[in-house]
Design a binder for this molecule. Sequence first.
Ligand code: ATP
Ligand code: MG
Length: 282
Amino acid sequence: MSSSPKSTSKEQDSLTKRTEIPQSHPRAKSLRIREKLIQHFKSGVVASAGLIAHGRGEAFDYLLGEKTTQPALKAIEAAAATLLTAKHPVISVNGNAVALASKEIVELSKITKAKIEVNLFHRSFEREMTIKKVLEEAGATEVLGIGEAASARIPEVGSERRRVDPKGIPIADVVLVPLEDGDRTEALVRMGKKVIAIDLNPLSRTAQFAAITIVDNVVRAIPTLTEIVGKLKTKNKKKLEDIASTFDNKKNLGKAIDLIHRRLSKLAEKGVYLPILEVDEP
Ligand code: ATP
Ligand code: MG
């Protein structure tokens, strides 16, 4: 349903509330994720630019077939082994990540003993506090990077985006970035951090600069990562180091790109690939 451009924000609100997505809708999952983001946009967790960033990710998810692919699983396994052998792992979160997967992020932080640090592109104390509250409601006992606590600086990143918490990123050896901007990812890599990125776009600067790139949606990748960490937890250090050191990100990213390429080639042969479903006569 579309609203007229003249509709007031009250009308818009009631339209959003009335939006019910039937289970059978072919885009139900994706629409529900959008609803979640819109609600979190209204509560101040997600920035307006975050909605646009989500759209860019969604487009790539479409191309990937909206599922966790084999290359993504391979990267998740390497990420799990890397997090388990890290001395000071940090999960760096922004508004979108928290809006989409707050509980899952907290679960992952608990099983890996990773700190959670809030790092926003559009930083404001109010937004940081709102995000902290969502994380605490999801079970987080410590949230770094809020207000004055973010007193250290990342070199070479402009403005407020360079601020970090001395208890988090500066002392981290491994940083997981579910959804990050390329400038910050590049700066983290230059600081010597081993960056694990979750990004649906294998061509983004973040995906390209990270040491381990999980080309998947955060809503699928984070719970899968937690599950694999659970499975690998009992393995010895040597085995975990082997998994991490034999992972080849360049090769794996190539496989993710090739998967999109092959999927599109198949669809290109068909052109029209969606049938209109027959509806029974009443
Ligand atoms: P970069 O700065 O790394 O080159 P970009 O400028 O193209 O990337 P940004 O807006 O900085 O994009 O960051 C948003 C990134 O997050 C995009 O690469 C997009 O694919 C990704 N993204 C958005 N939503 C999701 C999601 N739900 N799961 C995983 N990745 C997502
Ligand atoms: Mg960017």
